[in-house]
Ligand binder design. Structure first.
Ligand SMILES: [Fe+2]
Length: 356
């Protein structure tokens, strides 16, 4: 028997933010970063919480370190909120999830993404960073699932093109990994295919500037989140977490660099190769896994993203010296086991050689 469920309620479309009014009368802690707090966007959220006793925690930083989560947990214990509202990119959402998880209260979480990337607003995943050891830990617990997600595309208007490119490639990677993951089912396939084609069609225009394409990317990110939450991810995310924790490269940028190599590797499993071909066909490309690889490489250069780790400041020599530790990190990562082709330390070493 297999199960499929979508526990998070998703509110989307014009006026979606007004759903926050339903928290009236409650104690609400808003979790966000200092940039959003200063930008005036936080005021739009607080205006909808006018009927609440609201406080803010604005200490979130990219790749949330365990120390920040610990500070957030203390804030939850002190303020005793009835609900958390996470407002920001994947880092704010993941930090709030961890705060709810590690506090004694476990308050319900409402999530408002301001980037079209992680899909964290509908997943049981939260990625935390142990800065001292240079390791990213994906926490995976059903209790991390937000109760409600608010998709308001107006928050994406001010996102810089480079961030749109990074986060958009993360969306395509979530969909492509879920599509062939060991946990894939007809339900996750429907979500992954729609997420991938929607992001494929809209990412170039979203990169160019605000508008309808960015609203579509927000939906694609959400659909991809639902897909991988059900099916799992794979080697690309195992590598991205390990290399990202060690070399501090943005998550989506790393995925953009890694995904073509991982598709080539996975295509060694015939069923996965065929399935990638179907995805290429759904995007109007020739229906082969090679066409998908070339298409992703073309898109990556169109979005001005690097094709090699050396272009991200990682030297080949450093990579070789770290090889054994990276392989161990990839094999221990929670995402790697869902990969359609089993991965060995030797496979990781060979892949690393292709990346410099
Ligand atoms: Fe990701």
């Amino acid at each position: 028997m297999e199960r499929f469920s979508i526990p998070t309620t998703v509110c989307f479309g014009p006026g979606a933010l007004e759903v926050l009014g339903e928290l009236a009368g409650q104690r609400v802690l808003v979790v966000t970063d200092a940039f959003l707090a200063r930008s005036g966007l936080l005021d739009k959220v607080l205006a909808q919480l006018a009927g609440c006793t609201a406080e803010t925690f604005t200490d979130v930083v990219p790749d949330p370190p365990l120390e920040v989560v610990a500070r957030g947990v203390r804030k939850v214990e002190d303020f005793q909120p009835d609900a958390l509202v996470a407002f920001g990119g994947g880092s704010a959402l993941d930090c709030a999830k961890a705060m709810a998880h590690f506090s004694t209260l476990h308050p319900p979480l409402w999530a408002i993404p301001t980037t079209a990337g992680t899909g964290s607003e509908v997943t049981a995943f939260a990625v935390l960073t142990d800065t001292q050891n240079g390791v990213k830990y994906p926490l995976v617990e059903d209790s991390l699932l937000p109760q409600l997600a608010v998709l308001d595309p107006s928050f994406l208007d001010g996102v810089p093109p480079a961030v749109t490119a990074d986060t958009g490639m993360d969306v395509l990677t979530h969909a492509a990994e879920a599509w062939v993951a060991t946990g894939a089912t007809p339900y996750s396939d429907a979500l992954a295919e729609k997420a991938f084609t929607l992001a494929w069609e809209n990412l170039p225009a979203a990169f160019a500037g605000p508008g309808e394409a960015r609203a579509n990317m927000l939906l694609a990110a959400n659909l991809a989140g639902l897909a991988f939450n059900a099916a799992g991810l794979g080697l690309c995310h195992g590598l991205a977490h390990t290399l990202g924790g060690r070399y501090h490269i943005p998550h989506g940028r790393l995925n953009a660099l890694l995904l073509p190599h991982v598709i080539r590797f996975n295509a060694g499993v015939e069923a996965a190769g065929r399935k990638y071909g179907r995805l290429a066909g759904a995007c109007g490309l020739s229906p082969t896994w090679r066409a998908l690889v070339f298409g992703l490489e073309r898109l990556r250069s169109r979005l001005k993203l690097p094709a090699r780790l050396t272009a991200c400041g990682v030297e080949g020599k450093a990579l070789r010296a770290d090889e054994a530790a990276i392989a161990a990190g990839v094999l221990a990562d929670r995402c790697t086991p869902a990969n359609p082709r089993p991965v060995t330390a030797e496979d990781v070493a060979l892949l690393l050689k292709e990346l410099v």
